[in-house]
Design a protein around this ligand. Structure first.
Ligand code: NAD
Ligand code: 0WE
Length: 262
């Protein structure tokens, strides 16, 4: 029997087959979960509907997380299909592109800071509040995706590092708030993966090879590996884990320096 048999999961953040959310969806389907999806805008609608069908789901709802009524509407729509929700996956992050290149102090603006924190961190607690009643008392769990840039300085990650630091604190405050409902809240800090969100980043290829060379496993991680770890964290196998950030990064975060092999 699958690890997520009988669980109903909402997945926010599928944009392509390379999305981390797609790796999560594939693992969740394999483990027996029933799935529902959101898409950010009309441009992504048909694509996400097609993916959903492939994962055996007919529940596909629009949701721009910048919009309060979109967030409320997601759970209204889910209520038409399901009597409750067990899992919410938040795999969304955004900052204006011009803030993700160049010297941090020079390129960071009030508006870019606001947008990065709104889309990448506030949206997680907003989804949790909108879904709270449907999740209560089901041993449910919420999961978000974060990055090492929350904890350590990395070139060009800039204001996204602050937004991810906020998101990781959000995981802890949400875990304390929702614990009495029986709902767990965790994050996965994934190593770098070539997704759409990474495709606009100059020198991402170089980052990937530097990462692989320094990581204890001497390689990068895949969306499948992040999906499998997500399935564990959202399953009853992880019933004692909440407020935690789990690194799924081939061990990169434990190192202080690259290995000295050429
Ligand atoms: P992706 O581009 O496939 O996914 C990002 C998603 O965010 C897209 O589906 C996009 O539609 C959605 N999104 C952005 N703004 C939104 C809005 N206003 N409303 C609704 N949805 C919105 O890229 P990904 O790498 O799969 O990113 C998923 C998560 O993983 C992000 O939080 C990212 O920060 C995190 N992450 C990525 C990496 C990496 O190297 N790719 C590493 C660690 C963490
Ligand atoms: O969290 C991320 C991606 C964040 C992201 C990416 C974009 C590109 C397109 C947020 N907003 C935008 N806005 C856009 O317009 N990652 C962990 C992947 C990533 O992004 C980086 C990285 C890594 C790794 C940006 C700079 C440096 C390293």
């Amino acid at each position: 029997m699958g690890m997520l048999e009988g669980k109903k999961a909402l997945i926010v953040g599928v944009a392509s087959k390379h999305s981390i959310a797609s790796g999560i969806a594939a693992a969740f389907q394999r483990e027996g979960a029933e799935l529902a999806f959101t898409y950010q805008n009309e441009r992504l609608r048909e694509r996400v509907e097609g993916f959903a069908e492939g994962w055996g789901s007919k529940i596909v709802v629009p949701c721009d997380v910048a919009n309060d009524s979109d967030i409320d509407n997601v759970f209204k729509e889910l209520g038409k299909h399901w009597d409750g929700v067990d899992i919410v996956i938040h795999s969304v992050g955004f900052a204006p592109a011009n803030e993700l290149a160049g010297n941090y102090v020079d390129v960071t603006t009030r508006e870019g800071f606001r947008i990065a924190h709104d889309i990448s961190s506030y949206s997680f607690v907003a989804l949790a509040r909108a879904g709270r009643e449907m999740m209560r008392g089901r041993n449910g769990s919420l999961l978000t995706l974060t990055y090492l840039g929350a904890q350590k300085v990395l070139p060009n990650y800039n204001v996204m590092g602050l937004a991810k630091a906020s998101l990781e604190a959000n995981v802890r405050y949400m875990a304390a708030s929702l614990g009495p409902d029986g709902t767990r809240v965790n994050g996965i800090s994934a190593g770098p993966i070539k997704t759409l969100a990474a495709s606009g980043i100059g020198s991402f290829r170089k980052m990937l090879s530097e990462n692989a060379n320094r990581a204890p496993l001497r390689r990068n991680v895949t969306t499948e590996e992040v999906g499998n770890s997500g399935a564990f964290l959202c399953s009853d196998m992880a019933s004692g884990i909440t407020g935690e950030i789990l690194y799924v990064d081939a061990g990169f975060n434990i190192t202080a320096m690259g290995n000295l092999e050429d």
